[in-house]
Write a protein that binds this ligand. Structure first.
Ligand SMILES: Cc1cc2nc3c(=O)[nH]c(=O)nc-3n(C[C@H](O)[C@H](O)[C@H](O)COP(=O)(O)OP(=O)(O)OC[C@H]3O[C@@H](n4cnc5c(N)ncnc54)[C@H](O)[C@@H]3O)c2cc1C
Length: 416
């Protein structure tokens, strides 16, 4: 049996102070909460109820962490300055994601999901900049404080990759619209106070694939908004992904984000940061796994030597390092492009499918290096394997990323 290494080497980047302060906050404030609830958090029956939804007690603990993080100034690091955030650039987000996943591995949900929300679909999302003051003003303080969270409800049973296949319909009535339909896979929806809901307002434009989908900002306790179930994913009893339905949910003009009929432009406009964030997560988790493989390779003996002295294990270690190094360089370069104001559509697609697929290969090989121990969850490797497998689907599948890259290349965007 091996022990985990201390985590990443101290870097010397321009964001080092922020990253160090964040790690210190987590060590001093969040790890003690994890320890206090260690027995509770160990059993997933305590985290998900029979409907696959997160339990009240788990939600209370995660809210406590969010509010502490907001109080300490970390919860809003990725948010727009005009909403009260620190508006960190993509390069800083990359460094934070990578460091936290390298240090803590993939499964510490209180750290990864509560300390800083996702940069586009939750917290001080830039989408809030396009909401009317009348709707935003009474809600923004609670969002900034981590007391209220958000979800992004686009996907449906018949519309994942192909968003123009949406069925949720907003029908015009006196003073607004009535929304009817169902959403599927919506992360964080079970405990969100507000949702970005995408619905068809112009069926003809949707049929022509020229627009016609509007994004509405909705309170999840509004009449007609229902959380149906959590979706069990990859051997778990539930997940953060949820099924929602809307029955005559009333929305008004003031609840529109951006312009009527232009919701998809908004949705696509923010995906780059999400993809960079996920890619950096993969780099961090892969380094966490490599640390474990190195520890084990140095201590486990077979045929009179440590397994790290067998050339076939050495080759695996070298290939893992190559994979991580190449992906990490590409993620940093893509973040720099985004920070320079480039759309980097092709590049964010390249890193999304490369990093998620790289992580799958790396965890698989690290499990192999651990022999039978790799198949248990003693070191968190089995959980990491399931985690890595999920990432090739959300935020655009690997196939959709390849499709995007090829379309850009064929349209003349060939600079690499
Ligand atoms: C854990 C998780 C969290 C999620 N969170 C959210 C969320 O918060 N909000 C939200 O709105 N959605 C969310 N999603 C939904 C996610 O975006 C979709 O699952 C994803 O876009 C794929 O859609 P689908 O599952 O309907 O698969 P489909 O689109 O039906 O695809 C099925 C298969 O066909 C392939 N395929 C489809 N079209 C093409 C093509 N043109 N060329 C080649 N292959 C193709 C796909 O790659 C895939 O392999 C989440 C999903 C998961 C699993």
């Amino acid at each position: 049996m091996t022990t985990m290494t201390a985590g990443p080497r101290a870097g010397h980047s321009e964001y080092k102070e922020i990253v160090d302060a964040l790690v210190e906050f987590i060590e001093k404030a969040v790890v003690p909460i994890e320890q206090e609830h260690a027995e509770f958090l160990k059993d997933e029956n305590n985290i998900f109820n029979a409907r696959g939804l997160m339990t009240e007690k788990y939600l209370q603990i995660s809210q406590q962490v969010r509010e502490m993080s907001a109080e300490a100034g970390f919860y809003t690091l990725y948010g727009d300055e005009s909403l009260g955030g620190a508006e960190l650039p993509a390069a800083a987000i990359v460094e934070i994601q990578e460091t936290l996943h390298h240090r803590y591995g993939p499964e510490r949900s209180l750290i990864h999901e509560s300390v800083i929300p996702s940069p586009f679909t939750n917290g001080l999302s830039p989408l809030l900049l396009k909401l009317s003051e009348e709707v935003l003003a009474p809600r923004i303080d609670a969002i900034r404080a981590g007391s209220s969270t958000l979800c992004f409800a686009l996907s449906e049973p018949d519309a994942g990759s192909d968003v123009y296949n949406l069925k949720t319909r907003a029908t015009k009535v006196d003073g607004g619209w009535l929304v009817n339909g169902q959403k599927q896979w919506i992360s964080n929806a079970a405990h969100a106070k507000h949702a970005f809901v995408f619905a068809i307002t112009d069926p003809e434009a949707v049929a022509n694939r020229t627009g016609g989908i509007t994004c509405f900002f909705v309170d999840t306790d509004a009449p007609g908004f229902s959380v149906d179930a959590g979706i069990p994913i990859m051997g778990k009893r539930g997940s953060n992904a949820t099924i929602l339905s809307f029955t005559d949910l009333k929305v008004t003009e003031a609840q529109i984000i951006g312009e009527e009929g232009k919701g998809l432009n908004l949705a696509m406009g923010g995906i780059s940061r999400g993809r960079v964030t996920m890619s950096a997560t993969c780099i961090g988790v892969a380094q966490w796994a490599l640390d474990q493989a190195l520890d084990y390779a140095k201590t486990r003996k077979t045929f009179g030597k440590t397994i790290g002295q067998h050339q076939m294990i050495q080759a695996k270690l070298a290939e893992i390092a190559r994979d991580i190094y190449l992906c990490k360089s590409a993620v940093q370069r893509t973040a720099a492009l985004l920070d320079a104001g480039m759309p980097a559509v092709k590049e964010t697609s390249i890193i999304k499918f490369s990093c998620t697929e790289m992580l799958g290969r790396v965890i698989d090989e690290v499990m192999q290096i651990h022999g039978g121990l790799g198949l248990t969850n003693e070191l968190g490797l089995e959980g990491a394997y399931r985690f890595a497998r999920t990432l090739r689907i959300p935020d655009g599948t690997s196939e959709i990323q390849r499709r995007t890259v090829a379309k850009r290349l064929l349209a003349g965007d060939t600079k690499l």
